[in-house]
Ligand binder design. Structure first.
Ligand code: PLP
Length: 378
């Protein structure tokens, strides 16, 4: 393991220990590679946990962000800016007709979705799934079905019920008549990379319609090409009422978005919701470039690389390049062993390894990463 510089060591003491970080400091990145302050290079199969989809310092969002930095950084949402409007137009086109609320993270996009659903339907009930992850603020945590993450922070937002993933009976039983939203991740990311079946999502669509609730898909992790389509819901054959996005949207600049379908639009009026930095022109300019880069060819490449991973690891679970492997020991041990061989992977639970490489990773790079994983896996 590399030795950090004195400055970094001193600075580390000033950071609240909310994360279990590896003992490495990165100073630059290029494509699928990260470079540490020691000069060592690491093949990045994490990509900032499904964020840096186009790879580090991709020229398109880099140029767009640089150009925007020279022009205008911030105006507040009292005014319009071009990048925000252009991003809204692009996302609407990809969705097939939607309006956007921009914010700065996935958690905030979920918060916006919860408020939107309550206002749109006039119903407070929120139905989510056991094992889900929707963020850490109190609202988003309230719909996160992981007791360990919630335990120390109650009381949480009332009106939330949980159902078992891929269990339609459980979903129906968990949804009261006053349900305002059914909130699902198409693939539970933090919860272990567990895909929902198309049948279950279709049943949730039907149930939401019967109840007069919104079907909200949290695509913070699955969206922006991660699963091989721009939105994962395209693979599931449903049209949601709303979608949350963040992570990959600006390839690493902070941004989040709630998209509301044209059919479900109209609930928010001026003053209902806001975010000082939401729609930031630099982040939106980068995001426009990201969306433009996600061509059919790139998305087909994601699906082809999924096949490559599955050939090496037939038990891999997930969709596209959001994949996981169950291991028979603490996954952190495998993460450490791969790190020693210059490959970064992360976990999704105690005994689950998660692979979320850049969507642009080359076949050679991916094959190298897979070979290292085969070496370190028992
Ligand atoms: N929703 C999902 C599905 C996520 O995977 C995450 C983060 O991992 C979030 C919400 C929270 O996003 P953020 O960390 O950007 O607030």
């Amino acid at each position: 393991m590399s030795a950090p510089s004195n400055t970094v060591l001193q600075g580390r003491n000033g950071v609240l220990p909310a994360y279990a970080r590896q003992d490495v400091t990165f100073v630059s990145g290029d494509g699928s590679w990260l470079v540490a302050d020691t000069g060592e290079r690491y093949l990045d199969l994490v990509a900032g946990i499904a964020v840096v989809g186009l790879g580090h310092c991709h020229p398109a969002p880099l140029a767009a962000a640089r150009e925007q930095l020279d022009q205008l950084w911030h105006t507040s949402n009292l005014y319009w800016t071009e990048p925000m409007a252009e991003l809204a137009e692009r996302l609407s086109a990809r969705f097939g007709g939607a309006q956007a609320f921009f914010c700065n993270s996935g958690t905030e996009a979920v918060e916006a979705a919860l408020k939107y659903a309550r206002k749109a339907t006039g119903r407070p009930g929120l139905v989510a799934l056991h094992g889900s992850f929707h963020g850490r603020t109190l609202g988003a945590l309230s719909v996160t079905g992981q007791p360990a993450k919630r335990a120390a922070f109650g009381p949480l937002v009332p009106g939330v019920t949980f159902a078992k993933p891929n269990d339609v009976e459980s979903l129906v039983a968990a949804a009261p008549a006053d349900t305002g939203a059914i909130l699902l991740e198409p693939v539970q990311g933090e919860g272990g990379v567990r895909p929902l079946t198309p049948e279950f999502v279709a049943a949730a669509r039907t149930l939401a319609d019967e109840l007069g609730a919104l079907l909200v898909l949290d695509e913070v992790q699955t969206g922006i090409g991660r699963t091989g389509n721009f939105f994962c819901f395209e693979q599931l054959g449903v049209r949601p009422d709303a979608v949350t996005l963040a992570k990959g949207l600006a390839n690493g600049l902070p941004i989040g978005a709630l998209l509301v379908s044209d059919e479900a639009a109209g609930a928010f009026a001026p003053g209902d919701h806001a975010s000082t930095f939401g729609g930031n022109p630099v982040a939106c300019a980068a995001a426009c470039a990201v969306v433009d880069e996600l061509t059919d060819e790139l998305l087909a490449g994601v699906r082809a690389k999924e096949v490559l991973v599955r050939a090496a690891f037939p038990d891999a679970r997930g969709r596209g390049l959001l994949l996981a492997l169950d291991v028979d020991r603490p996954a952190a041990e495998i993460v450490a062993a791969a790190f020693e061989r210059g490959v970064l992977v992360c976990t999704a639970g105690e005994r689950t390894l998660r692979l979320t490489p850049p969507l642009t990773i080359t076949t050679d790079e991916l094959e190298h990463g897979l070979a290292v994983l085969q070496e370190v896996l028992p």
